[in-house]
Write a protein that binds this ligand. Structure first.
Ligand code: O2Y
Ligand code: MN
Length: 585
């Protein structure tokens, strides 16, 4: 491979002088290269080959037990001014961060190979897309990036001899959590990640580039980088309405992105097309509409709880060419996890490499164990995955997990009201999450851990995007998790959520009614197709109820949350706050 990009060459040389790898390998993205890397990783034990008859092309990996999830407290936004990172981010000055990083990267690749991965987020060559180069000493990272992004020679060719690229440097170093840092330098278009080998910390195209640097670039360049799934809902006439939806963790985002329509709606002619399960990049096109691409090429899904009932499309996708991380390794070299398809295996080797049997209180798989799978293997994947224009977005949906308060679905009066809805998004912690169960965590647009700049400026950017669009998408809020007095869920969820999405898409085409309420437009029971659902009498009323007393309490919390942004918070957000207060009075 002949590299003509002088800046790229000199940066690789400089980083190699710091990390001192034994050799440097440029990744070309070929099948032959993949096989070679896998064989090497099988030899060193970094990967285990799975049963090739039952799981063709699949491999298995265990991470260090202290390296099993994104580490938000070690993740920093390193802008020159602290105020540009804002009150919701950890901040370090670029000078201090580069110094600290340099110490940790120094000689970190001695005895190892440095792989140079050219990758594109978004279809190679699309106006949406951004090119990055990740330098890493981990074959696991190379093979994951191969699935999650478009990598190799085509990307280098597109970069040419002077194209712009994000500089990503990653080293596992000694995997010591005390010597781990995930540093973002938005003003230098640079990411440094050291001391971790897992997921969101090290697949630099994902959270680091596509969301943290992406949101910073979006603000500068006039587009949106969002923590959103994208899906198409095809109605009986063949029309496909696309939605982008933001949910905090543990709200079933991946399952929603690939849901199977319930029998009644399937018969009516509904189909779902998956575009993405985690990230949306959205631009205003010449038609004045918002268009979106999924910058990723794969899914990095959480394994526990995924089964043929909760997500049949995903179960079909992960039968081949999948990397499994931190799940149970069965004796026949297949895999299993808690909440996976039955039967529960009699024995296996757990995610920490220890013999495991059911009936003990030891989990076979880590709660954040994952599979990495090419998006094209999902039976519901859209044929627009490689379209350079992406898909037109009719509706934006915000969601949260609220046992009370938020009705099943409601619609914002205006784009500005919709931005307020997103800015006040919140979710209650589940037992599986760190922190006090039931506690409400504000997570604006599900971007709290991922917004690469001051969130007050981010809200302003959203408001401005609305002004630039001729036909902005309608904005909605959903809550699948409302409970009754006994704590039981009122709404069945999963495929049945399509009944709500049908109303959303019909609202965008002005085809269905709603009632006006203080918090927005809410469907009347007769506005939803509930045929075949057979919910007990009164359940729908409970799901759609708005309790003004609870909402007035909620408003106090909005106020407290917004206070942290001080004068930087756009006036329009306070205007919306006061308007809601007045409507509730
Ligand atoms: O724990 C990790 O490193 C993965 S986090 C993740 C993975 C896929 C999609 N979303 C997320 C997230 O934290 O939002
Ligand atoms: Mn995510």
């Amino acid at each position: 491979m002949i590299i003509k990009h002088k800046k790229l060459l000199s940066w690789v040389k400089e980083m190699a002088a710091l990390c001192k790898p034994d050799k440097i390998v440029w990744i070309d993205g070929t099948e032959e290269e993949k096989r070679r890397l896998e064989q090497e990783a099988f030899r060193t034990g970094e990967l285990i080959e799975l049963n090739q008859e039952k799981l063709p092309g699949c491999v298995y990996h265990r991470t260090s037990p202290t390296d099993v999830a994104r580490t938000e407290h070690l993740t920093f936004i390193c802008t020159k001014k602290k105020s540009d990172a804002g009150p919701t981010n950890n901040w370090m000055s670029p000078k201090e961060a580069f110094e600290k990083g340099r110490q940790l990267f120094k000689n970190s690749m001695v005895g190892r190979t440095m792989y140079v991965i050219p990758f594109s987020m978004g279809p190679v060559g699309s106006a949406f897309s951004k090119i990055g180069i990740e330098l890493t000493d981990s074959i696991y990272v190379v093979l994951n990036m191969r699935i999650m992004t478009r990598i190799g020679s085509a990307v280098l060719e597109r970069l040419g001899k002077d194209g712009e690229f994000t500089k990503g440097l990653h080293s596992k170093a000694d995997l010591d959590p005390n010597r781990r840092l995930i540093l973002h330098f938005p003003e230098e278009n640079t990411i440094w990640s050291v001391g971790s080998g897992y997921g969101g910390n090290v697949l630099l195209g994902k959270k680091c580039l596509s969301l943290r640097l992406g949101s910073f670039l979006g603000n500068k360049e006039g587009w949106l980088a969002e923590h959103m799934l994208i899906m198409g809902i095809e109605d009986p006439s063949g029309y496909i309405g696309y939605i982008a939806a933001a949910f905090p963790s543990a709200c079933g985002k991946t399952n929603l992105a690939m849901l199977i329509p319930p029998e009644g709606l399937k018969k009516k002619g509904y189909r779902i097309w998956t575009v993405g399960d985690d990230i949306a990049w959205m631009r205003i096109d010449t038609d004045g509409q918002l268009w979106a691409v999924n910058p990723e090429a794969g899914f990095f899904g959480v394994a526990p709880g995924t089964n043929s009932k909760t997500n049949p499309n995903m179960m079909a996708a992960i039968r081949s060419n999948t990397i499994y991380t931190n799940v149970l390794l069965k004796m026949d070299k297949t895999v299993w996890w808690e909440g996976g398809d039955p039967p529960v295996p009699d024995e296996g080797i757990d995610w920490q490499g220890r013999p495991w049997r059911p009936g003990t209180d030891v989990l076979s798989s880590h709660p954040n164990s994952r599979f990495t799978v090419p998006a094209r293997q999902c039976p519901s994947i859209t044929n627009r995955m490689e379209h350079h224009h992406g898909v037109p977005i009719s509706a934006i949906i915000f969601g949260g997990r609220r046992a009370r308060l938020a009705p099943l679905v409601y619609e914002a009066f205006t784009w500005r009201h919709g931005v307020y809805m997103g800015a006040t998004m919140a979710s209650e912690r589940t037992a599986a999450q760190y922190g006090k169960q039931g506690e409400v965590r504000r997570d604006p647009m599900a971007m709290l851990p991922f917004c690469g700049y001051n969130m007050a400026d981010y809200f302003k950017h959203w408001l401005q995007m609305g002004k630039r669009m001729a036909r902005p998408p309608k904005v909605f809020h959903v809550n699948w998790f409302r409970t009754d007095e006994n704590g039981d869920y009122l709404w069945p969820g999963f495929g049945e959520n399509l009944r709500v999405l049908e109303w959303v898409i019909d609202r965008c085409r002005a085809g269905v009614g709603a009632a006006e309420s203080p918090i927005g437009y809410v469907p009347r029971v007769e506005d939803l197709d509930l045929n075949g659902l057979n919910l007990p009498n009164g359940t729908m009323d409970k799901l759609l109820e708005i309790n003004k007393i609870e909402w007035k309490e909620e408003l106090k919390d909005h106020r407290e949350f917004f206070k942290m942004f001080g004068k930087r918070l756009p006036k329009e957000i306070w205007d919306e706050y006061r308007a809601l207060e007045k409507r509730l009075a």
